[in-house]
Structure formats: structure tokens, C-alpha cells
Design a protein around this ligand. Structure first.
Ligand code: ZN
Length: 117
């Protein structure tokens, strides 16, 4: 996450409006695919916090988005000794965070649905 100065935001607003006036848009690449942007606020949001912007675009909360993004195919459950389970979690690839439920999609059959503090 980076915070843009008001001057930079002003320059971005002008640039995006200019691009929009030319009947063009900005194509960005996110973890969930390509998106066209022609709204300066959206572009500033994307530049300042790509994870939050993408989570908002696909309609999931930021914690779900980050769990989806970091899931590596290994169960995120914990053993009795508090170590991370070494079993394979659920189906390792979900194209869209909307298909992903932390605590279920990323767990083996033993640890599915268990809530840890
Ligand atoms: Zn497990």
C-alpha cells in the first residue's frame, strides 16, 4: 500500500480524464484478471492499495482476498502441537476469490471448518 500525495492525485485525475476524453481507457492487471479503468478515483484506489481495490471489485472482504491470494495448496489448519498441517488443503486453485472460503477451501478433511483464535 502506498499513499499518493495530493499533487500526484491531481496529476492522475487530469491524465485519466484526458485518456477518457480520447475514448480510451487504462487496462490494468490484477490477480483476478484484466480490468479497464476510466474513472480517476478507481485508478488512484488501485495505485494506493491494489489488494483492497481488487477485493472491492470482486465483492469480497480484504481478509478473504488476502487468504485467497496467499493460499499455496497446503492445509492452513493446525496440528495438536500448534504447527501448520502438512496435508494438502482443498482444491488449490480458485480463479476467483468469490469461490474461496477461508477455513474451508484451504483445509484438508480433518481441519475443514475449524476456527482458531
Ligand atoms: Zn489439515
Amino acid at each position: 500500500m502506498k499513499k499518493l500525495t495530493e499533487q500526484k492525485k491531481g496529476e492522475i485525475i487530469k491524465a485519466v480524464k484526458l485518456i477518457d476524453s480520447l475514448k480510451a481507457s487504462i487496462l490494468i492487471i490484477t490477480r483476478v484478471g484484466f480490468m479497464d479503468i476510466n474513472n480517476p478515483k478507481d485508478f488512484i484506489d488501485f495505485l494506493e492499495d491494489e489488494d483492497r481495490f481488487t477485493a472491492n471489485q470482486v465483492g469480497v472482504d480484504i481478509d478473504t482476498y488476502k487468504a485467497w491470494k496467499s493460499y499455496d495448496g497446503q492445509c492452513t489448519g493446525k496440528t495438536k502441537t500448534g504447527k501448520r498441517c502438512k496435508n494438502t488443503g482443498g482444491f488449490w486453485f480458485h480463479a476467483n476469490p468469490n469461490e474461496f472460503t477461508p477455513g474451508t477451501s484451504d483445509r484438508c478433511a480433518v481441519h475443514k471448518g475449524i476456527i482458531y483464535d
